[in-house]
Design a protein around this ligand. Structure first.
Ligand SMILES: *[C@@H]1O[C@H](CO)[C@@H](O)[C@H](O)[C@H]1NC(C)=O
Ligand SMILES: *[C@@H]1O[C@H](CO)[C@@H](O)[C@H](O)[C@H]1NC(C)=O
Length: 436
């Protein structure tokens, strides 16, 4: 009897040790005390971490690609967007790209013209969909509070479609929508169109804002017929505003203070962000490994490091205990570390890393709203862009959340609804209301 009790006891001890280890591993995170609703965030994050480990296992076993497994996150929140009493929802194709279009049902006022927001969802260019419930809710909120049209773009995703496909899908939609005839069809005021997005969507929004401005200056010089037409109609359609929510803006330095401070933070640990970056360009794991070591820069890309020099563009307060050292540069054109030639070098393309454009290309950009979170690897990307845009004379509203974490805006739906998500949404929509 005694020996059997002993066995049971030992078994119980074993079970409880295992449970503790699992709990420690999956649930406990070094989440700063300042973060509100800490336990809720730990539990939410344990789901993401478990899924990520499962995805790793599946990939190592050769069963499924990592991102295919991670796509479960998108599927769990996917809905069919339908009209309601205030909002008319339709699915369209703009120049071949799927979009979900939200229009107010109420007739426009006397003037009849409305504002419009082109929205780009997040998900590291690999995950996410405009048809996820948090994006659907956000679109409806913008429609009803601004009496605006919202265009949510279902751009194609990596790794099935590497850079520049997702970016080009977005560019095509924006170009298509900004035509006078198309805007008129949806009763949109050509002077009041904004582009916006969160995370990788913020990256696409920043990049396309730069591109639209370039398209126009190119037109002005090379296409006199178009210029004359635009003059005659008195209409050169530009974006009025860009709203970037914890955006990803550069792939050259993946060891900024925020990348170091937040490398294990919930929702977007550094490994996952590096994974998204490398998968955006290539499925070759050499780039992932080089980016993890921050040794992926080539002699060519290293000439652009001056645009992401956090020692220069990050206010002192954010330097904390970190000391600047420029990322290592892989020598030679060959070798795994450099990610070599071909698509891998695209990380230095400003259409992928909008922080890399020279100052002269910044000054005519539309006014900007930039949201950053303290507990986010991408914090410094956003802050550096705010610094550079301001220095170039662009009107910038920078809202920094001291207790914010990456992806917070997505957590508006029970049971993973966070108070901070509501505050962020309200402040963001208010900015659009006042500035668009
Ligand atoms: C970064 O900026 C600092 C000054 O803030 C400067 O000393 C350093 O040389 C710069 N490095 C690069 C790579 O631009
Ligand atoms: C940065 O430099 C200071 C002074 O040289 C040193 O005390 C500190 O440990 C360094 N910080 C890191 C993170 O290496």
């Amino acid at each position: 009897l005694c020996s059997s009790i002993g066995k049971t006891k030992r078994r119980l001890v074993k079970v409880s040790v295992c449970a503790t280890l699992i709990k420690a591993y999956y649930v406990y995170e070094p989440i700063p005390d300042r973060i509100e609703e800490r336990w809720k965030l730990m539990l939410t994050n344990s789901f993401f971490r478990t899924l990520s480990h499962l995805a790793d296992l599946c990939e190592s076993a050769g069963l499924k690609d990592y991102m295919d497994v991670m796509y479960v996150i998108t599927l769990l929140e996917k809905i069919v967007p339908v009209s309601d009493e205030h909002v008319k929802v339709t699915e369209e194709k703009f120049d071949g790209v799927e979009v979900v279009l939200y229009q107010p049902k109420r007739q426009g006022g006397d003037a009849g013209l409305r504002r419009a927001v082109i929205y780009l969802h997040g998900g590291g260019w690999c995950l996410g969909s405009s048809r996820m419930s948090p994006y659907d809710l956000l679109a409806r909120k913008i429609v009803t509070e601004l009496d605006a049209v919202v265009l949510s773009v279902e751009y194609r995703l990596a790794p099935a479609h590497h850079f520049p496909v997702p970016y080009e899908d977005v560019h095509r939609v924006v170009k298509y929508f900004l035509q006078k005839g198309v805007l008129a069809q949806y009763s949109v005021d050509p002077g009041r169109v904004a582009v916006s997005g969160d995370s990788a969507g913020g990256n696409l929004a920043a990049a396309v804002s730069q591109q639209v401005q370039n398209d126009q200056s190119t037109n002005t010089y090379t296409n006199t017929i178009l210029m004359t037409l635009q003059k005659e109609s008195g209409q050169q359609i530009k974006l009025r505003a860009q709203a970037l929510l914890y955006p990803v803006l550069q792939a050259l330095d993946l060891k900024t203070p925020s990348y170091q401070q937040n490398k294990d933070m919930p929702i977007l640990p550094r490994t996952l962000m590096v994974r998204f970056w490398s998968e955006y360009f290539t499925s070759n794991k050499a780039l992932f490994r080089a980016m993890m070591a921050n040794s992926h820069n080539s002699p060519e890309s290293s000439r652009l490091l001056k645009f992401v020099n956090w020692s220069a563009f990050l206010p002192e307060a954010y330097h904390k205990e970190y000391n600047y050292s420029a990322p290592a540069v892989a020598q030679g054109t060959e070798g795994e570390a450099a990610g070599t030639d071909g698509p891998s070098q695209s990380f230095a393309d400003p259409r992928a890393s909008p922080l890399l454009v020279p100052d002269a290309d910044l000054h005519s950009l539309p006014k900007a709203y930039i949201l950053t979170c303290e507990y986010d690897v991408l914090r410094d990307d956003g802050i550096m862009y705010a610094t550079r845009l301001r220095a170039a004379g662009v009107e910038v509203t920078h809202q920094h959340y001291d207790t914010g974490f990456h992806g917070a805006l997505m957590f508006t739906v029970w049971p993973t609804d966070f108070l901070i998500a509501r505050r962020m949404t309200d402040n963001y929509v208010k900015w659009l209301k006042d500035n668009l």
